[in-house]
Design a protein around this ligand. Structure first.
Ligand SMILES: [Zn+2]
Length: 371
């Protein structure tokens, strides 16, 4: 447990659901933990007791990637954890492969509808058709513009098409829209949709004020910081600003809220975690600014400023997106300006606007992951 985690409370201690089993975490809510074949080695999914049009059953939140191992884990859940009741609805917080991958299979298997934000439904469809984000020609060109010019890495990124569709082969042909402020009636309780930006196009978290439970998805993780990246499909975006504004939308929730994160363990200390995430990014922004004051820098130049660990190519693609996100916030806020060199690389250097004195810099705890 790191220093920041010690400021949070894990009410279930070190309890984890075994493969194919579930753990009750709140009234009407059960926790499923499935293995993922990445550095981020698991995802949490949730089973909610439900009743729709007189039919008792379950709503599931998030699906895991499409893979034989995930389907096997689901079959064990179906056989032993549903009490003979059906899955009535599949809710997906956002369109990343570990969350939406098996939605098509689950919906078809149970003849259940998919509930998701419209933005994420359509972006997922776009990504299935046009490999974008971490691989393909568009991503390679985008990372080159931001200083990742080593020919071997560029060639590997360019060749890495089909990354998304391998884990998300299909979508259900229709969906039910979730949007900010809407209330879902699940198992006789109201759950409010809270939209979040900066991590996914339109992430939806769910909050039940009656039981003080927040299904936070990837917007509120206890241990790792959520990946916040600029991608080639929206190259001028400012996702770090969006993310910081979005997590403040959780601030009005009850201090005792039990947050159910997509990665890590259920925790209390939501307001502490919001503050930690602000501190973390403020610290990163200050480091980037201090570095840029020494010499004009590209996103590639600042990777060692943000990430102290050795990164493999997969992690570099996420780290690059995150580095651009930090530069873009400082650029949009007016502290940095951007010029494109004769080599085609964007470099950032300070404007005349004074950067506010920041808190003392602390060692980075950031881990670039695909969450
Ligand atoms: Zn995600």
């Amino acid at each position: 447990m790191n220093l920041l985690e010690q400021q949070l409370h894990y009410p279930l201690g070190d309890t984890l659901p075994a493969q194919g089993a579930t753990v009750a975490v709140a009234s009407g809510v059960r926790w499923i933990r499935m293995a993922l074949p990445f550095a981020l080695n698991h995802i949490n999914l949730w089973l909610l007791e439900d009743e729709i049009e007189g039919q008792r059953g379950w709503s599931v939140v998030d699906c895991c990637i499409s893979a034989d191992a995930s389907r096997t884990q689901w079959e064990a859940i179906f056989a032993t954890q549903l009490g003979g009741l059906p899955i009535l609805r599949v809710i997906v917080t956002h369109m990343h492969p570990d969350h939406i991958g098996l939605a098509s299979w689950l919906c078809a298997r149970w003849n259940a509808p998919l509930w998701i934000s419209a933005t994420d439904y359509f972006v997922a469809g776009h990504n299935i058709l046009h490999s974008s984000g971490n691989g393909g020609p568009g991503a390679a060109e985008f990372f080159q513009k931001h200083g990742l010019t080593d020919p071997e890495s560029v060639a590997k990124i360019r060749a890495r098409t089909g990354y998304f569709s391998a884990m998300v082969p299909a979508l259900p042909p229709s969906f039910v829209r979730m949007q900010d402020g809407q209330t879902l009636r699940i198992g006789g309780r109201d759950w409010r949709c809270i939209s979040g930006y900066g991590h996914a196009p339109e992430h939806i978290a769910l909050y039940c004020s009656e039981t003080r439970v927040l299904i936070g998805g990837d917007m509120m993780l206890p241990r790792i910081s959520t990946n916040v990246s600029v991608f080639d499909v929206e190259p001028e975006s400012n996702p770090l600003q969006q993310f910081l504004e979005s997590i403040d939308k959780f601030a009005p929730l009850h201090p005792d809220t039990l947050t159910l994160p997509a990665h890590g363990k259920p925790f209390q200390g939501l307001h502490t975690r919001i503050r930690q995430l602000h501190d973390h990014h403020r610290d990163h922004l200050a480091r980037v600014m201090a570095f840029a004051q020494q010499q004009p820098c590209s996103a590639s130049d600042i990777l060692p400023v943000l990430f102290t660990r050795q990164l493999d190519l997969h992690q570099i693609t996420f780290a690059m997106g995150e580095a651009v996100a930090h530069l873009h916030k400082l650029w949009v806020d007016g502290y940095l300006q951007r010029t494109r060199g004769a080599d085609g690389v964007y470099r950032f250097n300070p404007t005349a606007l004074a950067y506010p004195e920041s808190a003392a810099l602390e060692p980075s705890e950031a881990i670039p992951v695909s969450a």
